[in-house]
Design a binder for this molecule. Structure first.
Ligand code: PXP
Length: 254
């Protein structure tokens, strides 16, 4: 594979969404059966070449439960990336789990999935504290932010090792060619700015098997985090084929 190879982080949240659709009222299981088990999904993804596994234990545990994170942490070989809100409770949970990466996301109960980027400018003091605290535990923090210069400048001031640029606006604009072009340009400028500030640049949200070819040639991309599209395709092809195909598609052409 080329030296510029992009890493694939597989977000497994929606395998747990499917489980919760049947078992939510029963604490995630009836009599010990977990179907589908998000940990098994993660292990299949790992075997197929996922470079990391992402999970988002939300405050309302709507998909990933805390016990899923504990079980996953015990068996996963590749780095675990835990998305979390910047709250005292989640920081304590990160201390317990010690994932390789924490990606700080905004969280609101009303949204179905993470809709907007974090306001790193407004949360600068809290995020600086969190980044330093987790760095001392060898947990690298990433901030999930919109591709806006002031957000990247805030991440640099906080001394955050990574940012994850929110690709949701790009994905939503995909079928409007001029809006798509301007979203790609926004991401391109943000990736360059992040790189020049010495920050590792990841991207994620809404990337799928069709639109991925328009973001894989962005400069300086370290990792793509992709969930919904991979979990959806897995229903038809199995996890192995779904992950392998995405891993092939994320690689830049040049
Ligand atoms: N990155 C972050 C920070 C997310 O919160 C999510 C899920 O909302 C993703 C990536 C994956 O998004 P998707 O499931 O649309 O691929």
């Amino acid at each position: 594979m080329a030296a510029s190879s992009i890493l694939l982080g597989v977000n497994i949240d929606h395998s747990a969404t499917l489980r919760e659709a049947r078992f939510r009222a029963h604490g995630g299981t009836c009599g010990g059966v977990i179907e589908p088990d998000p940990v098994t999904f993660a292990l299949y993804a790992e075997k197929a070449g996922a470079d990391s596994i992402t999970i988002h234990p939300r405050e309302d545990a709507r998909h990933i439960r805390r016990d899923d994170v504990r079980r996953l942490r015990a068996v996963l070989q590749v780095p675990l990336n835990m998305e979390m809100a910047c709250t005292a409770d989640m920081i304590a949970f990160a201390r317990e789990i010690r994932p390789a990466h924490v990606c700080v996301v905004p969280e609101s109960r009303e949204e179905v999935t993470t809709e907007g980027g974090l306001n790193a400018v407004a949360l600068r003091a809290e995020l600086a504290g969190l980044t330093a605290e987790l760095a001392a535990l060898e947990i690298a923090v990433s901030l999930f932010i919109d591709p806006e210069p002031e957000q990247i400048e805030a991440a640099a001031a906080i001394k955050c090792p990574y940012i994850e640029l929110h690709t949701g606006a790009f994905a939503n604009a995909y079928y409007d060619l001029s809006a798509r072009a301007s979203e790609i340009e926004r991401l391109r400028k943000a990736a360059i700015l992040g790189h020049e500030a010495g920050i590792g640049v990841n991207i994620g949200h809404g990337i799928n098997y069709t639109n991925v070819r328009h973001v894989r040639d962005l400069p300086h991309i370290n990792e793509m985090n992709i969930g919904h599209s991979i979990v959806s395709r897995s229903l038809f092809t199995g996890v192995d084929a779904a992950v392998r195909e995405m891993k092939r598609l994320i690689q830049p052409e040049q």
